[in-house]
Design a protein around this ligand. Structure first.
Ligand SMILES: O=C1O[C@H](COP(=O)(O)O)[C@@H](O)[C@H](O)[C@H]1O
Length: 223
């Protein structure tokens, strides 16, 4: 089965509509169950959606936010996904949310992963998961053909592991932690990513990691 794809007339409408949909799903969890979790991508695509979401009225103090993955660099490094998130999402009403930073300052992501896994377990299943995708069909830090990708995709993987394949060491949520999410959205823009997504449909996750999430996801797309 492949994902439902929603195509928007432009990127601004995509960002506003997706932010509204995420807020609705978080609100439902907060009202029906209690605390909620929101797991979001880094990269350049989601920043406008984060800005829209940050201004929406929600019980942010009962929401824990964390990234899908992080480059192993401190927050003052321009490659830090956390820095982008703090500038875009963790502002206005959303500044009251709890933030679980995947970058701990430990010397290596391998050393930090076991304790992060334990901190993450009580937050599972993720209430709302938003994934991005690179042109190479990677998502989170699950890179096609990377060393150890089979371990990150394994059904018994711990929630958080170190990952190879990017320009710097990385830490990532693993496939089972991400797949357990109650609501999964994939946000992509541009014809190149759309073509990559179509190529990934039905492919082996070792070659096209995004395909591990397509069955249960809604894809949000604009040119
Ligand atoms: O490296 C990463 O890239 C992907 C996609 O980023 P984009 O700049 O093409 O939007 C992102 O989903 C992932 O979280 C990030 O670590």
């Amino acid at each position: 089965m492949s994902a439902e794809i929603v195509t928007y007339p432009d990127r601004e409408l995509l960002s506003l509509s997706l932010a509204d949909r995420i807020a609705g799903q978080l609100r439902q969890q907060l009202e029906a169950v209690g605390p909620a979790s929101l797991c979001v991508p880094g990269g350049s695509t989601p920043a406008p959606m984060f800005k829209a979401l940050s201004g929406l009225p929600l019980d942010w103090a009962n929401i824990t936010v964390f990234l899908n993955d992080e480059r192993w660099v401190p927050a003052n490094n321009p490659r830090s996904n956390s820095a982008m998130l703090r500038e875009t999402l963790m502002n206005g009403p959303a500044a009251s949310a709890n933030y679980l930073d995947l970058y701990t300052g430990d010397p290596t992501p391998e050393g930090a992963a076991p304790a992060l896994s334990e901190r993450l377990r009580p937050l599972l299943p993720i209430t709302v998961l938003v994934l991005g995708m690179g042109d190479d069909m990677h998502t989170a830090s699950l890179f096609p053909g990377a060393d150890g990708l089979d371990k990150l995709l394994a059904h018994d993987a711990p929630p958080v592991m170190a990952a190879a394949g990017g320009a710097e060491p990385r830490i990532t949520l693993t496939a089972p932690a991400l797949q357990s999410a109650l609501n999964i959205h994939i946000m992509i823009v541009g014809a190149q990513k759309r073509a990559a997504l179509e190529a990934a449909t039905g492919a082996n996750p070792i070659d096209a990691p995004i395909s591990a999430f397509l069955r249960d996801a809604t894809v949000h797309y604009a040119d």
